[in-house]
Each structure stands twice: as structure tokens, then as C-alpha cells.
Design a protein around this ligand. Sequence first.
Ligand code: NAD
Length: 490
Amino acid sequence: MTDFSQIFVGGQWRAGGGGLADSIDPADGSLVARHGVASVADVDEAVAAGHRAAADAEWRGMLPHVRARLLHRIGDAIEAQAEEIAALQTADTGKTLGETRALALSAAGTFRYTAAALETLDDALTTPRGPFMTMSVHEPIGVVGAITPWNSPIASDAQKVAPALAAGNAVILKPAEWTSLVSLKFARIVEAAGLPAGLLSVLPGPGATVGDAIVRHPGVGKISFTGGTVTGKRIAAIAGEKLMPVSLELGGKSPTIVFPDADIDHAIAGIMFGIFSSSGQSCIAGSRLFVHRSIHDAFLARLVERTQALRVGRGTQSGTQVAPLVHFAHRDKVAAYVEAAQADGARIMCGGSAPRGAGYDDGAYYLPTIIAGADHASAICQEEVFGPVLVAIPFDDEDHLVAQANDSVYGLACGIWTRDFARAYALARRIAAGTVWINTYKQFSISTPFGGVKESGMGREKGREGIRAYMQQKSLYWGLDPQPLPWANG
Ligand code: NAD
């Protein structure tokens, strides 16, 4: 059993300056573990240790294929412990075991892909413009801060830590308050795989103190943040003052669009997966459903019937499709959104409350909910609910559809369901979003860049370029002219 009472500061396991906090299983409110919490002084120490480790000649000079071997070892170790990680993450977040297993394996895959990409990244000679040879090389930033949210801990940790280490940096990882356990377990795995001390610190703690201290620290040269838009904007403002690069993966209110010629079975399965898997606690959840008016009522009737048959239960129970939300406070926030929509005149087609009865009453459950008749300007259509709540909206013509789909401060993802590929392509290019899925939804590939537009964020993660996001370029000029520079000789 992992000891969660200690935090990982500059290569040392020890009590955090912030004391201990409880991690609660949202399936029944029971205590999973008490874990250590960092203080601002711990941040100072982690950053200092990170600088020493990042400057170490062995780490700086480590050849890419050697560093790649280390990343492979981390990936292998995560895979070997995937079951343990999954069980821990299910207890911490409530998610189904199927999902947390997939997240653990995806984290392993992220380390392996990053290792492979690292071995093939080239620095470039640039075209000479004089009697000199020019070259562009990439160097680490130094110490970077990685701040992650509660919805997919191990996967989002890996998505930041793997490329940051590949690029040669030290990383300070701050997990979300509700879900710190897996990140502490991840630190144990990384340490055992042989990462030199000081290159990774894991500092659980409140965003307002520990997170803020990481962002403001003069020794931190980049922040990679995934979380809410309000927090992202605050971090961007501080980064602006420091002139520090920042990448922000923020919220979404993604449209899913169904045309009459779509394969309806595929569309229904994709839409349900897009909004109700992870109990809707997904930045890319397809939470606004636009259905062509000619099929709207019949489509919605089938969707409601299928949604009512979803199995709601504990994440550990085999067959569960909709597990509890991450926390009781979050469940209450989701419920308040639905109540406000109802008060605004929208119709609840299914769900709209917490399930009742033995097995549900002690947990943070909420029924998968479909809402119709909402005004597109209302909160339920504009704000990120981050729960199992879908709003359905009919559309008539494509220009109006595009205007409504893009009528959002967010621009993270979009789904299009049609058999007409030319129409899908043209529409995909008109939608303001970082990712568009056509006849599928919520599928991910580590080789494909991910990020948002507008208030869904800036910068991209994943892909070969994902490692470059943690590096800075330097240009080298070699003089080759046999003559001295002419100016001084006048
Ligand atoms: P959040 O913004 O409240 O917290 C995210 C992280 O930021 C946590 O670790 C938190 O402690 C930290 N934090 C909070 N205040 C801070 C501050 N002032 N300075 C520094 N750090 C601070 O978000 P959340 O509620 O944990 O997560 C849900 C949000 O994350 C949703 O909006 C969701 O859409 C978004 N999200 C986005 C993506 C994506 O890739 N685009 C992925 C997952 C989640």
C-alpha cells in the first residue's frame, strides 16, 4: 500500500508543510486516504532542487536515445501497475474501472510515444544568407510547472510530464485538490524507474496557494495548465507579467451536429458516449446537440429511451456506464444548473435528479439528463456544466447552425454526423474548434495535436511538436569568411 502522507519535494519523500488532506470516495463518501499537502516553502525548495537537477551535466548532456530509454522504463512501469493505478483512481475520482484502466494505459502510451518522438527530433541547419553557417537548436526551458485538473489525473499528468522531461526540463507537478493520490503514486513509479532526483516534484495543495506560488515563482520558466477557464485566465495574466510562456487547456461547450442522412445508430452511440461517459466530466464532452428539425423529435425519442437504460452505479461494479461525479460539491453544482434551466422554462426529457435508493443515497450520483426547449442564450447552453447533462436544439439551415454552434465563448471540440463527406469537411472548416470528429466522438491519439481556440485555451499538446513546446530555440552562426568583417577595416 502506497504511503500518501508524504509528498515528493526535489527527490525527497517527506511531510508537506501544508499538513494533510482527506481524499473521499464519491461512490459512498468514505475516506480513501489522507495525503500530504505542500506549502509555499515546499514550492521554493522544489524549484531550487529542480534547477540543480536540470543543470546537472549528466542530465543536460544525456543523449536523446538514452533519455528515451528512461521514458520507456516509466511507460513500462505504469503499464505493469495499471491495475493498481486504476483501482486507486476509481476510488479517488469515482470513475469506472474500465475508464481508469484506459487512462493508465494511455499514460503509458504517452511516455512511449514521447520516447519514440524524442529519438527522431532533429535540429536544423538553416539556409545561409552570408559567409557563415547557421543552425537552429532547441534547449530546455529549465523548471516548468504542470498544473492538472481532477477529471483524468494520470493521463493529464503524463501528457505534461513526459514531453517536459523529454525536452530536458525539471517538472513541478501540482495535481487537483480532490484527486492527488494517483499523482503521488505516479511519482513513486517515476522515481523507481530511475529518474534522477530533483527532476520531478509532486506538490498536492490548494490552487490559490501552492498553484499560485508555482505560477508566480521567478524560477519557473513555463506553466502547462489544464483546468477551468477562469483559472487559466488568471494564470495567463501572471504569465504576461513574467513574460513566461504558458499553455492552457481549458473548458468547452462542444456542439454535436446530426444531419438527416447520418447513420442514426452510430450517431446515437457516439452522442451518448460523448456526453455521458465519465459522467460528462470531460472538457470535450459533446454537451450541445444540434439535430436537423426533420428528424429532431424521432431522434430525441430514441436517444432518451437509450439514455434511460444506461446503468448508473459504482465505478467498481462491472457493467456500470455512468459512475458518480467526482465530489458531492460538484454534483450539487450540476444539479443547480439543471434546476436553473427548468426555472428558465426548459423541459427535462430524462434524468434531472440524483438517483435514489440503496447504493445511491450515500454517493455523489446524478442521472444522465437530456434537456430540450432551452434558449440558446441561457446558462445551460452557454456554460460548461461538466456533468451528464445534454441540451438538444433543432436546426433548419446550415448558416444558422454554424452561427449557433459558434455562438460560444468556448471552442474546444465538435462532432458531425453525416454520410456526406464533402458537407462534413466544409462544415468542419467553418466550426471554431481545436478538434472536429466526423462520424465518431471523443477518440484520442497521442500523435495528433490537441488544444482549443477562443476561451478553450491556447497552445497544443501531444504530437511530435508537443516536446518542442517545452523547449526554447537558439540560433548558432559560424563565420566561414577567410576575410575579417569589413566594417572595422573601413
Ligand atoms: P480548476 O481550474 O479549478 O483547477 C485546475 C487546477 O488548477 C487544479 O490543480 C487547481 O488546484 C489549480 N488552481 C486553481 N486555482 C489556481 C490558481 N489561482 N493558480 C494556480 N493553480 C490553480 O479546474 P477543475 O475544476 O479542477 O477542472 C475542471 C476544468 O478543467 C473544466 O473547466 C474542464 O473543462 C477543464 N479541463 C480541460 C481540459 C482540456 O484539455 N482542455 C481537460 C480536462 C479538464
